[in-house]
Design a protein around this ligand. Sequence first.
Ligand code: AMP
Ligand code: ZN
Length: 139
Amino acid sequence: MSCIFCRIVDGDLPSRTVYESDEALAFLDANPLTAGHTLVVPRDHYETVGDLPPGTAGAVFEAVSAVTPRVEAAVDADATTVAVNNGEAAGQEVPHTHVHIVPRFEGDGNGPIHRLFGSRPALSDEELDAVAAAIRSEH
Ligand code: AMP
Ligand code: ZN
């Protein structure tokens, strides 16, 4: 098994585990963006968010919801950025879905997720309608 997060789940690689449930596990990121940076993963291997079966998706977000306030309290954070790099083009390096919980502090200057994007496209109402229709028709 080459997936590092599967190896952590299986106990074959060490981790600083902070939360466990039947379907999910949370452990400290080995190269944290801030102290307390935590990753939540499903125990089973799924590459992207869209690959998660509904029950697993629920279990992962349940773990995120349970762990986030504990992380904030533990490092006295004012907030957290909760985010997923979903797919290689979005910067996902470990192909086992994981939710980042990154402690944030007033005035830390790191900005919102919006800052990842330099500018916003000027989309007309018609273009927005077409995108919404395209998403609705995908099922
Ligand atoms: P991503 O770019 O979203 O795939 O993030 C992968 C994250 O996994 C990075 O923040 C790494 O620091 C973290 N990471 C990689 N290997 C380990 C490991 N063995 N234990 C804990 N975190 C890890
Ligand atoms: Zn895996």
